[in-house]
Design a binder for this molecule. Sequence first.
Ligand SMILES: [Zn+2]
Ligand SMILES: [Zn+2]
Length: 205
Amino acid sequence: MIDPKDYFDAALLLHGHRCPAMPLGLRAGAAAMNALGVERSGAGTLEAILELGDGHFAHCYADGVQMVTGCTFGKGNIRKLGYGKFGLTLVDRSTGRAVRVVPRTEKQLASKQTVFFTEYRTKGIPPTDVPAEVVQPLIDQVMRAPDEALLRVGPVIEHSVHTKAEDFDSFVCDRCGEMVVARYGRQVGDQRVCIPCQEAIDAAR
Ligand SMILES: [Zn+2]
Ligand SMILES: [Zn+2]
């Protein structure tokens, strides 16, 4: 069993401000891991598929998911589907099993009625400027609520897994002299170049 509370301080350090959405991501990620019966892994055995879009409320959710699951941008085992939704599907690549977890609609609706949203966030006040007495009770609620009050945890299902072998091939761009992963190289005349250099050469034509 993974306890999301154990990851709160580290998640706050990663995330940079207090808000209720990051803790919600901690809870969702932990609930998914516990449903699958998996441990946090430093390797890429877990994969997180988020339904988030870009630049919308509660996007901070993703950082809670990253921290607790260990699925990170750097390891490349987290991605977004761009649906503007809050579902998280966590895949265990070692067994091909997955579970989808989604915050309960009524909880998200209630959260949008709080002063944190109505008096601060929707008025353009950055989360770093919201007083602690406004945001801390929301964080406490998210961290203390039982899973079933906060989240819908779907059944564990089969999930196809496509793992690409890590690519070690590289070359040095003939134009800028920087390192490039080989399959991103472009041939322009007799030069082997990176994509930005190819675009610069094309633009100058
Ligand atoms: Zn946040
Ligand atoms: Zn280049």
